[in-house]
Design a protein around this ligand. Structure first.
Ligand SMILES: Cc1cc2nc3c(=O)[nH]c(=O)nc-3n(C[C@H](O)[C@H](O)[C@H](O)COP(=O)(O)OP(=O)(O)OC[C@H]3O[C@@H](n4cnc5c(N)ncnc54)[C@H](O)[C@@H]3O)c2cc1C
Length: 340
């Protein structure tokens, strides 16, 4: 019998395992092998201030140190400042998990299948039956446990398409292009390459691939060699209740993601830390739920509401605010909203 069973060894699950392993009997269930953890089409931009108790530098997981973010819209650009990293997601997750294993955390490689009776009864994976006092759904957008209470629906996610292309100019700047009607493109520096991506709400994969190709042309990267390409679901839903009986959903499974930027790495780590501290103090899980609401959930709820307005009217708002307030105040406002 474990204290905590964590389903998913991505950013949220590996951070939680790292925080809990010194004090608790923990088991991580992950369908990918240790060589695959953290790998997904996500460029991994994250602000330094989100990290608690560890840094990507501790695990050799800094893909690129980043010092600036430039937002461009309608031919006009604004620098809003960014103190953080483009992380190597795989190295970070693997490093966190290996540190947890060294503290006695167990690992089951397999696809988790939960059984419910008055909450989660047990989880099955690799023909093993895993029982725990608390089950944590950190399985990302597949949300294998949370979906029992709140099934995934259309509109809860947007689709992103990302390519890794050869080369990079050694830039320390994240480039984000705000296009109209919820279309956003990015060009982020990576370790020895560049990540270029495109997101649009409500668009299917084929169209998104086409849009990414024309965005590449627009930013002058169409001649580059493609090393990798992938699609991924990004939660863009309102904050939900994370605790259901003995189940807690964190990371993408719990929509602990900034609904405007879709930045979920930092919030996943922060929420994992809050949960670990709550369990460490032996408090009721409802106390954790209330703390999450107060620190991040209420803010994300507001962001969720204004997201629809921003999505449809980025360009006119951008120009009006710039003309009226001037770029300094505009950049301060954006800094608050766009914390990745
Ligand atoms: C295109 C794109 C761009 C993004 N860009 C950024 C960005 O620049 N900055 C940022 O902060 N965020 C970004 N995000 C969001 C970020 O990737 C997520 O918020 C973050 O990875 C959430 O971590 P997680 O641990 O919840 O989920 P994941 O990292 O998805 O991990 C889930 C884990 O659960 C495992 N799993 C799933 N089902 C099962 C099962 N049944 N049994 C066992 N294991 C299972 C998976 O194998 C995986 O390892 C982006 C996302 C996408 C798709």
């Amino acid at each position: 019998m474990y204290d905590v069973c964590i389903v998913g060894g991505g950013i949220a699950g590996s951070s939680l395992a790292y925080y809990l392993a010194p004090e608790f009997k923990v088991c991580v269930v992950e369908e990918k092998g240790l060589d695959g953890v953290g790998k997904k089409p996500c460029p991994g931009a994250v602000q330094k201030s989100w990290f608690r108790g560890f840094s990507p530098e501790d695990f050799g997981a800094v893909g690129r140190r980043v010092r600036n973010m430039r937002l461009s819209a309608g031919g006009r650009s604004l620098r809003v400042g960014f103190d953080g990293y483009v992380i190597n997601r795989h190295r970070l997750c693997r490093g966190l998990l290996e540190a947890a294993f060294a503290e006695g955390c167990d690992w089951v490689r397999g696809k988790a299948e939960p059984s419910f009776r008055d909450g989660v009864d047990h989880v099955r994976a690799d023909k093993k039956r895993i029982e725990a006092n608390v089950y944590v759904d950190a399985s990302g957008s597949s949300a294998v446990l949370r979906r029992h209470y709140l099934p995934n629906r259309r509109g809860m996610f947007v689709l992103g398409c990302m390519e890794t292309v050869d080369g990079g100019d050694g830039s320390d700047e994240l480039d984000i292009y705000l296009l109209n009607h919820g279309e956003t493109g990015w060009v982020f520096p990576a370790e020895h390459s560049t990540n270029i991506g495109y997101v649009k709400a409500g668009v299917r994969g084929l169209d998104l691939g086409r849009k990414l190709r024309s965005f590449k042309r627009e930013v002058g990267l169409d001649g580059t060699r493609m090393l990798d390409r992938g699609y991924g679901l990004i939660p863009s839903y309102r904050p939900i209740r994370l605790v259901h009986d003995n189940l807690v959903a964190i990371g993408d499974a719990g929509f602990t993601v900034n609904p405007i930027t879709c930045g979920g790495i930092g919030p996943s780590i922060t929420v994992a830390n809050m949960l670990a501290e709550n369990l460490g103090r032996g408090e009721d899980l409802d106390v954790f739920e209330a703390e999450y609401r107060k620190s991040l959930g209420n803010k994300f709820e507001k962001f969720y509401r204004i997201n629809h307005v921003l999505r449809e009217a980025w360009l006119p708002l951008w120009w009006a605010a710039g003309a009226y307030y001037g770029d300094n105040l505009l950049s301060k406002l954006l800094k608050g909203l766009l914390r990745l």
